[in-house]
Write a protein that binds this ligand. Structure first.
Ligand code: NAD
Ligand code: ZN
Length: 357
């Protein structure tokens, strides 16, 4: 069992990581919540595996429960989904001091977190992340939100949960595709902050080997994200480091209409591409891109941009339009070496060399 404290002023909370934690969630929740009603927001896949157990456990502990189970997938994280969630919460007569639980992957965490932020001007919520991506990334940091027809994550809020409960064992039912997807972010954490962790990942060749060390993996990733997010509270821009590989990844995802690459795949390609560029320009120790590439391949993630199939000008145009980049200057996240990252101010010309990769 491991516990991490996220110190965000009055919004501080803890992340609990423990194999089998799902079996004793009702007592954990009882320790931090003395109200009567709990609304569980989840998707059909996660509900089929874990919803009933959680609901029955909470009922046995004396809570009155509502399960809002939604279709799985990014299309559910939509602004238009909110009214029907609010309706069910109203029918259930959930009041402002009662609790919402987000049980699921990043889609449910973002959506339920935003519903919790906005319903009755805000009700408390708990994250129970069930995908690897949600356990190492989206459930920490307090960013919640929904998509609009015109783009992803365009409406949202900062809303810190009361607690994050992570049971690594639930990953056993996560399809391979999504497990691999989450590994893109796992590798990213090693790249930006922890060379030793990166080396450790190099020793793990199969999903089974990773699951044997999953508590350590999750703890390390959560701890890195925690530190970065806390540092950003003091406005150091540290949070940008989490975007390592993401400028190219986002552009690639947009360019291919989110149809060709999963996020983790795009991030793997992005990390390798930016590090190759950065090595060429002398900012990064030679061999770094090759090491990231080898580790990504080892876990089954793609690493080639296949620039010959891409119109570079369109890709660059998408990068400059990205909401995070004002004018044609943009902040790029580079590695000095594995484990040491920094933010550098560049113009879009930095990416011209992509053509020759
Ligand atoms: P997801 O929530 O769609 O989950 C992936 C799939 O796995 C779904 O089909 C889900 O039903 C299934 N699933 C989840 N847990 C399972 C389990 N234990 N067993 C079986 N099936 C399971 O997608 P995701 O990859 O978890 O999250 C992606 C979302 O996260 C995106 O919308 C992205 O924008 C968001 N995100 C948010 C942040 C943030 O800081 N808030 C950070 C990164 C990503
Ligand atoms: Zn990401």
């Amino acid at each position: 069992m491991a516990e991490l404290h996220v110190g965000l002023g009055k919004n501080s909370y803890t992340i609990l990581i423990e194999n089998g934690l799902r079996h004793r969630l009702p007592e954990e929740i009882k320790n931090i919540y003395s109200g009567k009603k709990i609304a569980i927001i989840t998707d059909h896949n996660v509900n089929a595996h874990y919803g009933t157990q959680l609901e029955e456990g909470l009922q046995a502990a004396g809570f009155e429960t509502l399960v809002v189970a939604l279709p799985p997938g990014e299309q559910t994280k939509d602004f238009q989904m909110l009214p029907q969630i609010y309706d069910q919460l109203l029918d259930f007569q959930l009041n402002r001091s009662e609790l919402i639980i987000a049980l699921g992957g990043g889609v449910i965490g973002d959506l339920a977190g935003f519903a919790a932020a906005s319903f009755l001007r805000g009700v408390p919520f708990i994250q129970i992340p069930t995908s690897l991506l949600a356990q190492v990334d989206s459930s920490i940091g307090g960013k919640v939100g929904v998509d609009l027809a015109r783009g992803k994550n365009l409406v949202g809020a900062f809303n810190q949960p009361k607690k994050v409960f992570i049971d690594p064992e639930v990953l056993s039912t996560l399809p391979d595709h999504y497990f691999r997807d989450g590994l893109g972010e796992v590798i990213k954490y090693g790249c930006i902050k922890d060379a030793e962790f990166f080396s450790f990942l190099q020793t793990l060749h199969t999903r089974e080997e990773m699951m044997a060390h999953i508590e350590r993996i999750l703890y390390t990733c959560c701890d890195i994200k925690r530190r970065v997010v806390e540092a950003d509270e003091k406005d150091t821009g540290e949070r940008m480091l989490l975007n390592f590989g993401h400028t190219i990844a986002h552009a690639l995802e947009t360019y291919t209409n989110y149809a060709k690459y999963s996020h983790g795949e795009a991030v793997a390609i992005g990390m390798v591409a930016i590090t190759r560029l950065s090595e060429k320009k002398g900012f990064t120790v030679p061999g770094t891109a090759a090491a990231i590439e080898a580790l990504a391949k080892q876990v089954g993630l793609p690493t080639e941009l296949h620039i010959e199939t891409i119109d570079l000008d369109s890709l660059l145009a998408i990068m400059t339009l990205d909401k995070k980049n004002l004018d044609d200057h943009l902040k790029v996240i580079l590695l000095k070496e594995i484990g040491v990252s920094y933010v550098q101010d560049e113009t879009i010309a930095f990416f011209d060399e992509l053509e020759n990769m």
